[in-house]
Design a protein around this ligand. Structure first.
Ligand code: BTN
Length: 265
């Protein structure tokens, strides 16, 4: 599987016709689409949204915390800029955005690999066959509190042969599982369409979290969570309606709104 396709501006432009996008920005190369999107919001108060910031190549992709995102050729790296009002969310519901994006990634993946063994790892990872397939980084710029940047890195056709050692054993691309290359714009289109459907049904009172138990990687597992300088270990009892991780710690049920999952077994 070589010959990675490239994505042209006109391929991306077609997304304006059959998805909820109102604007598309295409970079052949940039440092980070999230950084570009946050800057865009800072410089243009009336930015038309939903807006897609897409990069063929990222030189400094960012993950949660201090993590970097390895942006390999053949992967999808993009940021979606949304306005909370427009998508029927309140700013307090921000923790739900990476979860919703994760569910849309799972649905887009399942449309290609129906028996693919997809899983969601709270709060921002998608797994396939026990390995990390995608990550989501959501940011709400302080100067644009009514808007959010949802950055997605999704391994589609990229190969891990040249990846950093620690990723080789823990990550996967859609092509690894299906044995074929996928049209990245089509994967992106399906993701956007699923995202819109989930978002609209959520605004109408149906929560995508009802499906979370089917995919939850952590449920029933002993999870260790780092919160600032503290650590807590408990049995995962799923996600609550606000998007918090529920752990049973010493017989007590507690909800955690943030933190880094250090281990699960
Ligand atoms: C994570 O797993 O920690 C989240 C990774 C998010 C990576 C994506 S790639 C597109 C967007 N731009 C970035 O710099 N990061 C996100």
């Amino acid at each position: 599987m070589t010959n990675i396709d490239s994505v042209s501006a006109s391929d991306l432009g077609s997304l304006l016709e059959d998805t909820f996008l109102e604007r598309v920005l295409h970079f052949v190369e940039t440092d980070s689409t999230n950084t570009r999107a946050v800057e865009l919001l800072a410089s243009d108060e009336s930015l038309t949204t939903p807006c897609l910031v897409f990069a063929e190549k990222q030189s400094a992709g960012r993950g949660r915390g201090e993590n970097r995102w390895w942006s390999a050729e053949g992967s999808l790296t993009f940021s979606l800029v949304v306005d909370f009002n427009q998508i029927g969310f309140s700013a307090q519901q921000k923790p739900l955005l990476p979860l919703l994006a994760g569910m849309a990634i799972v649905q887009a993946g399942e449309s290609l690999i129906p028996v693919g063994d997809f899983a969601l790892k709270w709060p921002n990872d998608v797994y396939l066959a026990g390995r990390k397939l995608a990550g989501v980084l959501t940011e709400v710029p302080s100067q644009a509190a009514g808007q959010a940047v949802i950055g997605v890195g999704l391994n589609v056709n990229n190969q891990f042969a040249s990846a950093p050692e620690e990723l080789k054993a823990t990550c996967i691309a859609l092509a690894d599982r299906s044995g074929m290359m996928h049209d990245r714009v089509e994967v992106l289109r399906t993701f956007l369409q699923r995202f819109e459907t989930l978002m609209k049904s959520f605004a109408a009172g149906d929560s995508f979290l009802d499906d979370w138990p089917r995919y939850c990687l952590l449920s029933g597992k002993k999870v260790t969570l780092r919160i600032s300088y503290d650590q807590v270990t408990g049995i995962c009892r799923g996600i609550d309606p606000s998007g918090a991780l529920v752990l049973e710690v010493d017989g007590q049920t507690k909800s955690f709104f943030g933190g880094v999952v250090l281990s699960w077994e």
